[in-house]
Design a protein around this ligand. Structure first.
Ligand code: ZN
Length: 265
């Protein structure tokens, strides 16, 4: 069993047509957050995606005024608050290779790095370079992966149990080699859907995301999330912080408090 900490770098903004399929007419900019996840258990310290530092740098002044109510926090600060130093992280699972999910990979000198094989080949192939501009796909991190981190890189296919109780599941909707991650906790299975959904609303109102590589795979990923009936932790929905205000899943103390409230002691 593992515990999951919700780590939140802060708030930023995305075009409505990225978050919601354009047919639904939700074109106005949307406030989003940047979440990534710390998983601990069985002697491992695992990160799912890397977070992103200095979110303000990605916003216009107007966006900052309209959308941001908290200062951003760095990945290193968030981990320190959770009692983790960068060297402790022994595994980094990347849901996909979009900058806001991998840009901080270089912070982790000891982590085995798990990436879906299709995602790796798609992004590293010069044939696809016109779809991978530097701004969204920082190449210096790719360079680091093929140099300093080369021996620690592990490419995976399909549905793989990475450790007992931790799986990656290829979905390939949002990006060609996109994978979701499931984690077993004492509160049940957690599913980290990466960007196959941005918001709970994508799932609950049945409005698919607007940024995708393979639309049918997006729909299949949404169906799979529904069927699995797990604790769902999206990367960009501010509601994650409202639904799980302790920012912890599977912590024995949290479970006791929940049980006490439920049983009315
Ligand atoms: Zn993405």
């Amino acid at each position: 069993m593992y515990t999951v900490n919700i780590l939140n770098n802060g708030e930023w903004v995305a075009p409505g047509t990225v978050i919601y399929l354009h047919a639904f007419g939700r074109h106005d900019p949307v406030k989003i957050v940047q979440n990534f996840y710390l998983v601990r258990g069985r002697g491992h310290t695992i990160l799912i995606d890397t977070g992103i530092d200095n979110l303000e740098d990605y916003l216009t002044e107007e966006q900052e005024r309209s959308f941001v109510s908290v200062p951003s926090r760095t990945t290193e600060e968030l981990l320190r608050d959770a009692g983790v130093v960068l060297e402790d992280v022994d595994m980094l699972i990347l849901t996909h290779l979009h900058f806001d999910h991998y840009i901080n990979a270089r912070l982790f000198p000891n982590a085995r790095i798990i990436i879906n094989r299709r995602e790796w080949h798609y992004n590293l192939s010069p044939e696809n370079k016109r779809y991978a501009p530097r701004v969204g796909f920082p190449r210096e991190v790719f360079g680091w992966l093929v140099d300093e981190a080369w021996e620690r890189l592990q490419l995976v296919d399909g549905d793989v149990e990475i450790l007992p109780g931790i799986r990656v599941i290829w979905t390939g909707g949002h990006s060609p080699g996109h994978q979701m991650v499931t984690v077993e906790t004492a509160q049940g299975t957690v599913i980290i859907p990466g960007d196959e959904i941005y918001m709970y609303e994508n799932l609950e109102a049945d409005i698919p995301i607007g940024y995708y590589y393979n639309f049918e795979n997006v729909l299949a990923a949404m169906d799979l999330i529904r069927r699995m009936d797990c604790i769902v932790l999206p990367a960009h929905d501010p509601k994650v912080l409202e639904r799980y205000p302790s920012l912890k899943i599977g912590d024995p103390k949290e479970i006791m408090i929940a049980r006490t409230l439920r049983e009315g002691y």
